[in-house]
Design a binder for this molecule. Structure first.
Ligand code: FA5
Length: 344
């Protein structure tokens, strides 16, 4: 009996000494296993109870329970203390972490061609006095079609194969032209905006077509806007993008329901003067559509067509990049192939 009491006191005092000396989480874990583990010193005292009388059990049972519970509590307190100290140490060493440090031989990332081209186009248009506008990729049928003079059941809807969404009257925009309407409804003329972004078409893919690609939209609305201003602007931005002063632009009649007259815009092949495989030996490459904004579209944008006129153009940015960097397959541009992408 007396011996059990001495044993309890011995275990209690050696636990406290061990706890005090546990200055790391590893050392504390050793102390836990030694004293509080399943085969630890406290657990080993429990079987001694069974040889005691009922009265003795009543006296020593609670003593052992108190020893166990107070030791566990002391253990958890010490654990919290040590954990907090470790966090503080880690925070202190994070403070000294030099994010600008250069590790020789490390691979540096670069901006994707789309990002580079977007920044270049935005710079060009801002320098011409345009503002940059934006529009949603999930668009209403109204902005994508009706407001652009493409009524429901009109054959022109089939010109662009559409991803329809389960949400009623919503589509993935098939072109950046809905930004024209959104701009006209929020800004008063005179206005000049450029907008770059992703568009989606339900199309089979090949070397020059993908179901997702990027377009560049331009819109200018003012009094007495003319086709020569439109062609001058297109020649200027294409010349600046391709860094060529002698770049030529050609307009052919084309049909887009939201412009009248509508034009298909070709550019002289940036790679040859006599014809090559890129331009199919024609010396011209097709870049996009353009025209004078249809009066009905101006009306849908809340602008009086008797007072104002406008021009608009829409180019495939993907195609512009492919020509500039001589990329022969659109799928390379859209892949995550770092060997290909790191060339630019
Ligand atoms: C349009 O999308 C009109 N919104 C352009 C426009 C704007 C006309 C303003 C008039 C006024 P189109 O469907 O032709 O037009 O597409 C324009 C350009 O996008 C094409 O010339 C081509 O460069 C590019 N393009 C079209 N489909 C794909 C595709 N599947 N993959 C990659 N580029 C494409």
């Amino acid at each position: 009996m007396k011996q059990l009491k001495l044993e309890i006191e011995r275990v209690q005092s050696s636990f406290q000494t061990a706890l005090m000396q546990s200055n790391s989480l590893e050392a504390l874990e050793m102390t836990r296993v030694t004293f509080l583990g399943r085969k630890g010193e406290i657990a080993q005292l429990m079987p001694l109870l069974k040889d005691l009388s009922q009265d003795e059990k009543r006296e020593f049972g609670p003593l052992l329970n108190v020893l166990k519970e107070s030791s566990e509590r002391a253990y958890f307190d010490k654990q919290t203390l040590l954990q907090n100290l470790e966090y503080e140490k880690a925070e202190e060493s994070d403070k000294n972490f030099d994010v600008t440090a250069y590790k020789p031989g490390s691979v540096k990332g670069s901006l994707h061609l789309y990002t580079q081209a977007t920044q270049r186009f935005e710079d060009i248009f801002i320098s011409l006095g345009y503002t940059i506008a934006d529009g949603p990729e999930v668009e209403t049928e109204f902005y994508n079609f009706e407001a652009l003079n493409i009524p429901e059941n009109h054959p022109a809807r089939d010109m662009q194969d559409t991803f329809f969404l389960k949400l009623p009257y919503m589509v993935l925009r098939t072109h950046t032209s809905p930004v024209q309407i959104r701009t006209m409804l929020t800004q008063k003329p005179p206005l000049a905006i450029a907008s770059l972004g992703r568009v989606f078409r339900y199309e089979a893919t090949d070397a020059s077509h993908d179901f997702m690609f990027r377009q560049l939209e331009g819109l200018v609305v003012d009094k007495n806007i003319s086709i020569s201003q439109l062609l001058g602007t297109i020649r200027l931005f294409l010349g600046q993008f391709f860094e060529k002063d002698d770049l030529q632009v050609r307009a052919r009649p084309g049909y887009f329901p939201f412009v009248e007259p509508g034009l298909e815009i070709d550019m002289s092949c940036p790679f040859c003067t006599k014809g090559c495989s890129t331009c199919s030996h024609t010396r011209w490459v097709e870049m996009g559509g353009a025209g004078l904004v249809h009066p009905r579209v101006l009306e849908h944008g809340g602008i009086d067509p008797k007072e104002y006129s406008g021009f608009a153009f829409g180019f495939g940015v993907t195609r512009l990049i492919m020509f500039k960097y001589r990329i022969h397959d659109i799928r390379l541009l859209h892949s995550a192939d770092s060997e290909f992408l790191k060339q630019f």
